[in-house]
Ligand binder design. Structure first.
Ligand SMILES: [Zn+2]
Length: 274
């Protein structure tokens, strides 16, 4: 699933292209991707609106529209967004197309069709529970060391599970959690409350580092992710543990192991991560 760095990469590419564009028409090939409102209402509301800016919160993309409305897109597992000239061949699995006033289109493609699109008045955004309840995200002022210390204090939950919980920290997923834990030298199964002050500080810094590097590298393409121009990211070439089972640890050379933690396949170095 695209995580914060992948969605941010898409946002950065698409934002200058879609900002100021008017939505002249919308083609809906798969109505069930529109979670709210119903397709007829969605069309009636969105056509003629102009995109003022494209923002991101966690893994959600927020298209801020004229008329104080917002279209929210979540890519889930395999959702993709492309900005293309209207006369180009459409990518496989294109299900929703936003036709602009300048001969270009924004196309939503999704092989597994788990992605979602919603259109809401700005005052109704609280209806999107995942967005409303999302915790602060890495690289923001709200995600400071004090917040992180309080988050972990006295928690018996495994640290991996806690870091994946979007209500506590927004935007982290399986890849960047495993990378952060390795960089900080912490085993994914440690109870969150058992980390020493130094470990908490190291992990806080590691989370910000891996997210910043992920964005700098245009995201991680492990299976499906491509950016807004259809190109793969490059952070997969910099991964320390994720997807590297049996390969040598970049720090100590020990073979990386994989086990199920918090319901997710987790990669770690049995030597470096205590
Ligand atoms: Zn190691």
């Amino acid at each position: 699933m695209p995580e914060l760095p992948e969605v941010e990469t898409i946002r950065r590419q698409l934002a200058p292209k879609v900002a100021g564009r008017e939505i002249a028409a919308v083609e809906i090939g798969l109505p069930r991707l529109l979670k709210y409102p119903d397709p007829a209402c969605f069309l009636r509301e969105i056509i003629g609106k102009r995109i003022e800016k494209l923002e991101r919160r966690g893994k959600y993309l927020l298209f801020r529209l004229t008329g104080d409305m917002t279209m929210i897109i979540h890519l889930r597992m395999t959702g993709r967004l492309f900005y293309r000239a209207a006369d180009t061949v459409r990518d496989a699995h294109t299900h929703v197309v936003f036709v602009f006033d300048n001969g270009f289109e924004l196309r939503f493609a999704d092989m597994r069709t788990l992605g979602t699109l919603c259109l809401l008045a700005d005052t109704e955004l609280g209806k999107i529970k995942g967005l409303h309840e999302m915790g602060p995200e890495p690289l923001t002022a709200a995600f400071d060391l004090k917040y992180f210390q309080q988050l972990l204090a006295n928690k018996k939950t495994k640290i991996k599970g806690l870091l994946l919980d979007q209500r506590r920290i927004g935007g982290l997923g399986n890849i960047y959690v495993d990378e952060s834990l390795h960089l900080a030298g912490i085993h994914p199964e440690r109870p969150a409350g058992s980390l020493s002050p130094d470990e908490i500080s190291n992990l806080h810094q590691a989370i910000n580092t891996v997210i910043r590097e992920g964005i700098e590298h245009g995201g991680t393409t492990f299976r499906d992710y491509v950016d807004g121009e259809g190109k793969a990211g490059t952070h997969q070439h910099h991964l320390r543990v994720y997807g590297r089972k049996q390969e040598p640890c970049v720090t100590c050379g020990t073979a990386i192991e994989r086990k199920e933690v918090a319901g997710r396949g987790s990669y770690y170095c049995p030597c470096c991560q205590k």
